[in-house]
Write a protein that binds this ligand. Structure first.
Ligand SMILES: [Cu+2]
Length: 125
């Protein structure tokens, strides 16, 4: 009986998690990426989005990105970038790159200023 009540409790709580930041829903995939990193490079996912802010002091970009099928929904999130990425990105402009899950979080590599407006750019502007 106690088990049944616990299961019900979990089921009742589940919907509240479903609406949280999709970033927190990703670790299942991320764990796989970390495990596979022993034998091969982590998966890289093409990303399209808009630079909401360039945070040079954190070596990061705040990016509003489109859905990345099988990885994460469209959202705004902080992505770590290298020096070249910081220089390539411009606040308010479209950007493309490769999303990579690393031990210290999500990175955006091969950052390029996009020439074509993205779906994310058109949304809520
Ligand atoms: Cu995201």
């Amino acid at each position: 009986m106690k088990t049944v009540l616990m299961l019900l409790g979990v089921a009742a709580m589940a919907p509240s998690f479903a609406f949280g930041c999709a970033c927190s829903a990703v670790p299942a995939d991320a764990a796989v990426a970390v495990v596979s990193a022993d034998k091969q490079a982590p998966a890289r996912h093409p990303l399209k989005g808009v630079v909401v802010d360039v945070m040079a002091d954190r070596s990061a970009l705040l990016v509003k990105h489109e859905e990345i099928p099988g990885v994460m929904k469209a959202m705004t999130m902080l992505l770590t970038v290298d020096e070249a990425g910081l220089k390539a990105a411009k606040k308010g402009e479209a950007v493309t790159g490769m999303l990579v899950r690393k031990a210290d979080g999500w990175w955006l590599e091969d950052v390029n200023a996009a020439t074509v407006a993205t779906d994310a750019a058109r949304a809520d502007s």
